[in-house]
Structure formats: structure tokens, C-alpha cells
Design a binder for this molecule. Structure first.
Ligand code: DMJ
Length: 580
């Protein structure tokens, strides 16, 4: 006797009377017994369960941490989520080398296109205006910013003829004895940094060192303030510092604290430690100042050595302060823990006070604080902040491949690396979310849970100046993780620059508004397009042993300087004297 009732078993009149027609159809077209039906249901049920459980148990590692409210407790939660994120473990070199080297050559072609336009229209001028086919100077000095900023890129790209042309200009026409006021920071990172990098990459061509020493001596004039914190500008011929004309004469914090890599390397090469001492003195002063969990306001007064104002940002006027804390530690082969301590304090402050996620997708961004001690994050992020993704990764791995050092990385390192990766993804989104595929200068992030887009671009913030920071982070993350995604993103971005910023007759130019197609072109090619953006693209698509990250530290203008072991007695004595 079967315990399973048959499907055609009829024990109710109601059923029979109401459904006799259906029953007939059933009998005719569904010849399965109830037992078979049950069997089929059980099998499909089991399959369904396997499918669902795969989704529940396996797909969950891709689960995005939920968006959290803005306050310190929640910031901690955001970070806990990040620590548990798996490290990218895609195998290194999953790509077709041929394709990437062709793309690298496309970058070289772009560089040549930009360079040729400058040579034809603006040779010797600081900056190039490709639409009006003209050049201009950043001050009344005119010291060939574009040429000197490009020397090492010319060497790295092996553009021999162009390099010789530039070297001749440096040898015969570059004169720093000019009665002009130049910005101390810009001249240090672009011109002094450019000369020092060219000196090293050219195999110690003495021309560059002589020029670097001459310039370094003139820049020292800026340190003649009561505290030794440099004035914002200096007159090159008179060697006199000039106070800023605003904010009570305060210098930008990032500007005063982003001279050290260049000045220290110059000391090492020239055996004159005045550069080292003067630039280091700034850091000793800043270390003593009251900070907000390692975060600093964006102005610093040369007169009283105090911060001025309270705004805190990792964007304009704040950015490279944080960058150089880490890079000074790297430069002397990770010997000066003084800087690592300051860096760690600052990054802790960033994690506690500045990190948040946007709605609806939960993009991680670094906001700003309007005042010292504030805890309400302004959801504004400059494109400049995008350097931080690569910087965090560099600090977490010390320039080594994640796969090689993973076992020895602390929770803090893993957290830094993951924040670096997430922030870089957000920066890439700043490109991909616009109609041109190019990022705006400034983005705001949605803070309300009914928002439909994460990124908001205000009408005056949509310009693009050909900035390098996102490509810089893509390059560093590619080198350190080997995740091919970073190259693909870089390629997309490069193509968007090609499409909208290229000037057919020569050069590339800034844009007015990346949200409009076609975007209106501005008439200016910033020197960092050649010194940084194109160099980082070239390195991103090139082989790993071209300027390896465990041997070089890039200054903030992408000029690679060698990481050195401080073997000279003078350098050693100074490093020993540093507090911890
Ligand atoms: C460059 O001069 C440097 O990267 C600097 O640190 C920030 N601004 C520009 C590029 O955006």
C-alpha cells in the first residue's frame, strides 16, 4: 500500500465538480504520479538551496560595508570593516605585455606632441598656452619651468634629441640671477627637484648639480624670517624672502613643509648641510605645535611660528605636508622614525576625523574640517587629495609588493592599504562619473540617504587642469599590488585626456568644465602635465624595474630621487640627533 496519495485520487466532490475540466487536462498532459512530482520538487528545492547558499555564504565577501553616520564612533566602524577586506590577490603580470608596451608608446607620443608644441610656440617660457601659440612666465623672473620640470621625463622616456635640446638650454640660457620674485615651494619642487632628478638619472651630469647649488643658495634667502620658517616667495637676485600678501603674511603649511626632500638630497650631493638644517628646522617647529590628532591647519606664520586659521584639509595648501612626512622617512632608508611617528599620528587623525562614505554607493572619501577641533565633516574633496591613495599604500608596504610583505603587515598597515585602494577607486569614479570621463577639480559627496548620485560637481568646480594625483596613485597601487585593474583604469583615463585635452596643432590644455561635451578648452598646459601626469602614465604601462619604488622616492612633482643610506658622517649625526 502506497503511503503517498496518487495525484488522480479524488476524495472530494467539490474538487471534482469545480475542477473536473482541469483534472482532465492534468490527466491528459501531466502523466506524472504524485510521487514523481514530489521527487521533482525535492530535487529542484535542493538545487535552489545550493544556489541560494552559494550566494549567501560565498558572495558575501564582496559585501560593501554599509554607509554610516558621521561621528567618531562610526568612523571606527568604517575602519573595522576595512581591516577585514581581503587584500587584492590577483596574480602579478596577468596581461599581455605587448599591449601595455604599445600603450606606453602612446603615452610617449602624447608627451612628444605636448613637447613639440611648446618648443615651437613657447621655448624658454615657464608655461605654454597651446591655443594662442604663446608662452608666459610665472613671475617676472622666467626660469624655464617647463624645460627643467621635463628633464627627467625626457630621460625616462628616452627622448634623446629632445633631451639634448633641453640640456643645451639649461647650459646656455638658464640664469637664476634674475630680479624676480618666485614662489619658494613651486621653484623648489619643480626646478630644484627637476635639476636634482636630472643629475641622478643622467649619471651625475655636473651641469645640473652646479645649477641646483646656485638655485638652492638663492632659495635659502626665504628662510630669513624670525623663526626660520620660509616666507612664501623669494627674490632670486637679491636672495630676499617676501611675505605672502594675505592671511597675515602666513605661508601655506604644505608649501613650507614640502622642501625637505630636495634640500636634504642637495646637502648630500654638495656636502653643504645648511640646506638640510634649515629645512629640517621647519619640521622641528611644526612637531612642537598643537595639532588636532596630527592634523594641521593650512597656514603657518613665518613670524611667530604658529598656525594661522583653523581649516584642515588634505587638499589645497595641506596635501603635501602629509605626503612629505612619509617620504622623509623613506628618503633616508626608513631611519628617521621622527617622521614616521608624525605620519602615523596624522593618518590616525585622518581616519578619526576626515573619512566618510557617500550615498547611495558608499564611496570612501576624505572630507575637510572648517575649523580646528570641529567634528562636522564637509563632504568636499579636491582632486589634489587623490595622491593619498598611493601614499597610504607606500607607507603600508614600504614600496615592496604586497605579496612579498603581506605576512609582516600589521593591522594598521592593512587598514592603510585598504583605505588607499578604496580612496583611489573613489578618485577613479570622479573621472568615470562625468560625461567627458575626466575628473573635476573639486567634488562634493552626497550625505543624505535619499541621494541618487554619489558625486556632485558645483558649477565653479568642474575645471580640469591636467592634474596627476589619481594617475600617481594608480601607478603606485599597480606596482605594489599587481592588480591589473589599476592599469585598465589608467588606460581609460588616458584616452579621455587624449580625446578632450589634446590640441591638434600641438600641446594639451586645461578644460573649463568636464561635465559638458565637448568641454570648452582653456588656454594653458600646466608644467606638471609633462613632469607628472604623463610620466606616471608612462610608468604605469611600463615594466616594474623602471624607477622601482624600493629604490626611489618621488618628490611631490614626480621627480624621482634615490633613497639613500645616510653614510656620510654629517648626515648620520643629524639623523641621530632627531627626537623620536
Ligand atoms: C603639483 O605641482 C604637485 O603635485 C603639488 O604637490 C600639487 N599640485 C601640482 C599638481 O596637481
Amino acid at each position: 500500500v502506497s503511503l503517498i496519495p496518487r495525484l488522480d485520487y479524488d476524495n472530494g466532490k467539490t474538487y471534482k465538480s469545480r475542477h473536473s475540466f482541469i483534472k482532465k487536462l492534468y490527466k491528459k498532459y501531466m502523466p506524472f504520479s504524485r510521487a514523481r512530482w514530489l521527487f521533482i520538487i525535492v530535487i529542484f528545492g535542493a538545487l535552489y538551496f545550493v544556489f541560494i547558499s552559494k550566494y549567501i555564504f560565498f558572495e558575501q565577501s564582496d559585501f560593501q560595508p554599509p554607509i554610516k553616520e558621521v561621528n567618531n564612533e562610526d568612523t571606527k566602524l568604517i575602519l573595522e570593516d576595512l581591516v577585514t577586506d581581503p587584500i587584492l590577490d590577483s596574480p602579478i603580470q596577468v596581461h599581455n605585455d605587448q599591449t601595455w608596451s604599445e600603450r606606453q608608446m602612446d603615452v610617449k607620443k602624447a608627451f612628444k606632441h605636448a613637447w613639440d608644441g611648446y618648443v615651437r610656440d613657447a621655448w624658454g617660457y615657464d608655461e605654454y598656452h597651446p591655443l594662442s601659440h604663446s608662452g608666459s612666465n610665472l613671475s617676472n623672473a622666467g626660469i624655464g619651468f617647463t624645460i627643467v620640470d621635463s628633464l627627467d621625463t625626457l630621460l625616462i622616456m628616452d627622448l634623446k634629441e629632445e633631451y639634448e635640446h633641453a640640456r643645451d638650454w639649461v647650459a646656455n640660457s638658464l640664469d637664476f640671477n634674475v630680479d624676480g620674485d618666485v614662489n619658494v615651494f613651486e621653484t623648489t619642487i619643480r626646478v630644484l627637484g627637476g635639476l636634482l632628478s636630472a643629475y641622478h638619472l643622467s649619471g651625475n651630469d655636473g651641469l645640473y648639480l652646479a645649477k641646483a647649488i646656485d638655485l638652492g643658495d638663492r632659495l635659502l634667502g626665504a628662510f630669513s624670517s624670525p623663526t626660520g620658517i620660509p616666507y612664501a616667495s623669494v627674490n632670486l637676485a637679491r636672495r630676499e624672502g617676501i611675505r605672502a600678501h594675505f592671511n597675515g603674511g602666513a605661508s601655506s603649511t604644505s608649501e613650507a613643509t614640502t622642501l625637505q626632500l630636495e634640500f636634504k638630497y642637495l646637502s648630500l650631493l654638495s656636502d653643504n648641510y645648511e640646506y638640510w638644517d634649515k629645512s629640517q628646522n621647519i619640521m622641528l617647529i611644526v612637531d612642537e605645535l598643537k595639532k588636532y590628532d596630527g592634523l594641521v591647519p593650512i597656514f603657518l606664520s613665518p613670524n611667530d611660528g604658529q598656525f594661522w586659521g583653523g581649516k584642515i584639509t588634505l587638499g589645497a595648501r595641506g596635501d603635501s605636508y602629509y605626503e612629505y612626512l612619509l617620504k622623509q622617512f623613506i628618503q633616508t632608508s626608513y631611519t628617521e622614525y621622527f617622521y614616521r611617528r608624525m605620519y602615523d599620528e596624522a593618518i590616525k587623525g585622518v581616519k578619526t576625523h576626515l573619512i566618510d562614505r557617500s550615498y547611495p554607493s558608499g564611496l570612501l572619501y576624505i572630507g575637510e574640517l572648517a575649523g580646528f577641533g570641529d567634528d562636522v565633516i564637509s563632504p568636499k574633496m579636491d582632486h589634489l587629495v587623490c595622491f593619498l591613495g598611493g601614499n597610504l599604500a607606500l607607507g603600508a608596504t614600504r614600496g615592496r609588493k604586497v605579496q612579498d610583505v603581506q605576512k609582516n603587515m600589521s593591522d594598521n598597515d592593512l587598514e592603510d592599504l585598504n583605505i588607499g585602494k578604496e580612496l583611489t577607486k573613489t578618485c577613479v569614479e570622479m573621472y568615470f562619473s562625468t560625461t567627458t570621463g575626466l575628473a573635476p577639480e573639486i567634488a562634493y559627496f552626497s550625505t543624505s540617504d535619499d541621494a541618487t548620485t554619489d558625486i556632485i560637481i558645483k558649477s565653479l568646480d568642474g575645471h580640469n587642469l591636467l592634474r596627476p594625483e589619481t594617475v600617481e596613485s594608480l601607478f603606485i597601487l599597480w606596482r605594489l599590488t599587481g592588480d591589473i585593474q589599476y592599469r585598465h583604469w589608467g588606460w581609460e583615463i588616458f584616452q579621455a585626456f587624449e580625446k578632450y585635452t589634446k590640441v591638434e596643432e600641438g600641446g594639451y590644455t586645461s578644460l573649463d568644465d568636464v561635465t559638458v561635451v565637448p568641454p570648452k578648452q582653456r588656454d594653458k598646459m600646466e608644467t606638471f602635465w609633462l613632469a607628472e601626469t604623463l610620466k606616471y602614465f608612462y610608468l604605469l604601462f611600463g615594466p616594474d624595474d623602471l624607477i622601482p619604488l624600493d629604490k626611489y622616492v618621488f618628490n611631490t612633482e614626480a621627480h624621482p630621487l634615490p633613497i639613500f643610506s645616510p653614510t656620510s658622517e654629517d648626515a648620520q649625526a643629524r639623523i641621530k640627533k632627531m627626537p623620536n
